[in-house]
Structure formats: C-alpha cells, structure tokens
Design a binder for this molecule. Structure first.
Ligand code: UD1
Length: 419
C-alpha cells in the first residue's frame, strides 16, 4: 500500500488548477445511463471513486471509452439492473444508480452502499422519495430491491436537505409521468451541475440551487458533451494548506460564492483573500488566530467535507477553536492521529475543542477517511520533521494527485509506493 511522506516547513506559493468536482462527477456518471445516445464527460479526474463508478457502469453493460481528458459512456446496450455488491461496498455514491437504473429498467437491485466510514449514513430519505414516485421497495439480506411498473411524478418533502436523496429523486423523476416537486431540497452547487447536465440532455428540470426543485418528465433524453464544475472541496483544501503554512496561492476554477463559508472563516483567521471570477487568491503569514466557532451545515453553511482540514489548520492557530459537526456523527476519527503529531484536541460527541499549539511534530499516522486523510497532509505540511501517512488510498478516492498539486505550490509530499 502506498504512503505519503511529508516534509513540513515550506511556505506555499503559486497557482493551482482545480480538478472537476468529485461530488458533481459521480451523479453525472450515474445519469449517463439515461441517455439514448453517447455521453461525453470532459476533464474526468483520475480518482478512485470515479473509476469505481465507471466500473459499475461497465458491469451494467455500458460501453466506456477513455480518451485524453474525456470519457465517453454508451449506455444504449446496458442490460443489467443489478449493481454489483463488490463495488457498492467501495463507493457510497453507487446509491445514485438507484434512481437512474430505475428510470432505465423499472427495476434496480443494490447492496447497502459503503464509502467513507464517517457515520451511519442511512438512505431512508432516498427510499421514501422513490416510494412517492411509485417504487416498491423490498429490503432483504443487505440488498435494496426496487421495482415500479410506472414512475409517476409526486410532491416530495425531504425531512432533511440530503444531497444524495435530492440527486437520486431527480434521476428517478426525469422520465417519470408528470411533474415532481422536491421541497427542502439540498442547495449544493453540485445539484445545479446535475440540473445543467440533465437539461443539456433534454430534461425539464428547474430550481436547483434553491430549496425547491421541479422536474417534469420527458419521453427521451439524448446524448451530451459536458464539462463538469470544478471541485470546491479540493480548492478549499489547498487554500487551508496555504493558510496554515503561510505563503500566497491562487486557485483557478472555483468562484467565491461556492466556498464563501470557508473564506469567511479564513479571513477571521487573519488571511487576506481576494476573489475574481473563478480565481481565489489567499495570502497568509502562517501566524493565524483561531476562529471561535465552526459549525458544519448544509450549503451554503460550512461544509462537512472541509471540517477535518480546517481542524488541522486550527491545531496551530492562536487560541481555541470549537468545531461542531452536525452532519456525520463519526467524522473526528482523524483527531487521534492529529494528537500523535502534538495537537491538543478533545472530542465529545459532535464537538471538537482544539487548543492551538505552537508547533506540530512529524509522526507515523494513518488516514481513516478521505477528508481526514487530507487533514493529515495539511498537518504534516505545518509540522517539524517528517510525517508518514499510511492508508492513503482514502485520499486517492477524491484527490487526483494531491502530492503533485501541493508540489506545484512548493510543498514536499512524496508518494512511497508499497506492495
Ligand atoms: C454528499 C457528499 C458528501 C458530503 C455530504 C454532505 C457526494 C457523493 N457526497 O453525501 O461528500 O459530505 O453530501 O454535504 O455528493 N441522511 C439521512 N437519510 C438519508 C440520507 C441522508 O438521514 O437517506 C442524513 C445523513 O446521515 C447526514 C445528512 O443527511 O447526516 C446529510 O447527508 P447527505 O446530504 O445525504 O450526504 P451524501 O449525499 O451522502
């Protein structure tokens, strides 16, 4: 298994281009089986979550062609409605296949999905939404088996603005009979990207980005050539790294409004930030003051996917930061690893209290999940000496090459290839 060896101490300077957004690409890939023609997705990042999703599509019978900077999916020959359980265990987003496979075959079978081990991650909102569209659901032996003679539009109120449930219902409703209204929908920018993608395929979808999404079923969806939005979480990770280490960097591809909550906190920490179009420039002395309270919330609140990286920054900020994780109950697994590096972190339930220390020191640590892994890289960049991070396959799920991109900025992160 590969490891990262991080040499701390360098300030970060330069410009980094942001990859296409993992959380946009995964539902788009799921949606590609709905087209009666070829779908081309540009700039697909080389991340294992996307590779696994392509693998699922090919198991369903889709033709996949990888070219230089694009992938083409031919869903016309898809034959299977069963999503292979070996792959669903690797990838929670395989659950998005439910909506699109149901639309395509009127049936779908999936085992309970995996992904990052960051909490219970139930799928009750997905299933109750699908039921409202006329789907019969049987749960047995760890499988969810769905069938519907006909998908019919419905008025659906989500108890919580779940990203995945909103996307799944959109995918099940695009060719349903009549109109579907999703109320209390998630407002994440990736939902807007899915709407744009579906609209380009000929779907009738509106309202994404607000709390009500409306979909009127259409008979046919055609092919599309699409470039997904860029990854706000990747951009945020680099900005947090530069804020922690000091220096001056510019990210290219993500606009301010998509990560406003993070930028607000980084300004509170003492960073100078300017933004224009899709460029964000951050300057930091590396001597930060702790932000008093950070609570993760659905968009446009502070993203849970940036909580761990932000905790790594807070580990050496002056003063005490209190972080409240409202979305996923076990998203503090990295805290024990940060402690090995000298951080002063106390976790009680959903709250972490981080008292800033002068300096972290290098240690042998292990990535427990994707963003927790990124947090350890950021901690290593600030630390004295060498940090060796194992289980970096978690990091590779969502960052195409974090060591290459941080290297462009002057950081010393080396991949040690294991067996
Ligand atoms: C998506 C993102 C993930 C991000 C999360 C929150 C993708 C591929 N993943 O995950 O990176 O951390 O949004 O921004 O886009 N919930 C239920 N029942 C359900 C579904 C969700 O109770 O049926 C709860 C979850 O336990 C959690 C909250 O709703 O507490 C938010 O989850 P959700 O928005 O669904 O996250 P995901 O779509 O899984």
């Amino acid at each position: 298994m590969d490891k990262f060896v991080v040499q701390g101490g360098a300030k970060l300077y330069g410009r980094v281009k942001i990859q296409a957004a993992k959380n946009a690409v995964l539902p788009l890939l799921a949606a590609s089986v709905l087209a009666d023609d070829l779908v081309t997705i540009r700039d697909l990042p080389h991340i294992t979550d996307a590779e696994n999703m392509l693998h699922i599509l090919s198991e369903l019978g889709c033709g996949i062609v990888r070219g230089d900077g694009y992938v083409t999916i031919d869903g016309r020959n898809a034959v299977s409605h069963e999503i292979p359980s070996t792959l669903t265990r690797e990838l929670r987003s395989s659950v998005f296949m439910l909506g699109s496979v149901l639309t395509r075959f009127r049936r779908a079978k999936i085992s309970y999905p995996g992904g990052c081990d960051i909490g219970l991650r139930p799928i009750d909102l997905h299933l109750s939404g699908l039921k409202r569209l006329g789907v019969t659901i049987i749960e047995e032996n760890g499988y969810v088996i769905c069938s519907a003679e006909k998908l019919r539009g419905a008025d659906i109120l989500l108890d919580f603005p779940s990203v995945g449930a909103t996307e799944n219902i959109m995918l099940a409703a695009v060719k349903a009979e009549g109109k579907t209204v999703i109320r209390n929908a998630a407002k994440e920018p990736e939902i807007v990207d899915l709407q744009n993608f579906l609209s380009r395929m000929g779907a009738d979808v509106s309202g994404a980005g607000g709390d009500t999404v409306e979909i009127t079923g259409v008979k046919r969806l055609h092919g599309v050539d699409y470039t997904p939005m860029k990854d706000r979480i990747e951009a945020g990770t680099f900005l947090i790294a530069a804020a922690s280490c000091g220096g001056e960097i510019e990210t290219e591809g993500v606009s301010e409004e998509n990560i406003a909550a993070l930028l607000h906190k980084l300004r509170e920490n003492g960073c100078k930030i300017t933004a224009k179009g899709d460029k964000i420039r951050l300057r930091s002395s590396g001597d930060l003051k702790a932000a008093s309270l950070v609570e993760t919330l659905p968009f446009p609140g502070f993203p849970t996917d940036m909580q761990a990286q932000y905790a790594a920054l807070s580990a050496t900020a002056r003063g005490t930061a209190v972080i409240v994780e409202n979305l996923f109950e076990t998203r503090y697994k990295y805290a024990g690893e940060l402690k090995k590096m000298g951080a002063d972190v106390t976790v009680r339930g959903r709250t972490a209290v981080i008292r800033g220390v002068e300096k972290l020191h290098g240690a042998e640590v292990s990535a427990c999940d994707l963003r927790g892994g990124a947090a350890l890289v950021i901690a290593g960049l600030q630390a004295d000496g060498l940090t060796r991070i194992s289980r970096i396959e978690h990091i590779d799920r969502g960052y195409e090459s974090i060591e290459r991109d941080l290297g462009v900025l002057g950081a010393h992160v080396r991949r040690e290839t294991g067996t």
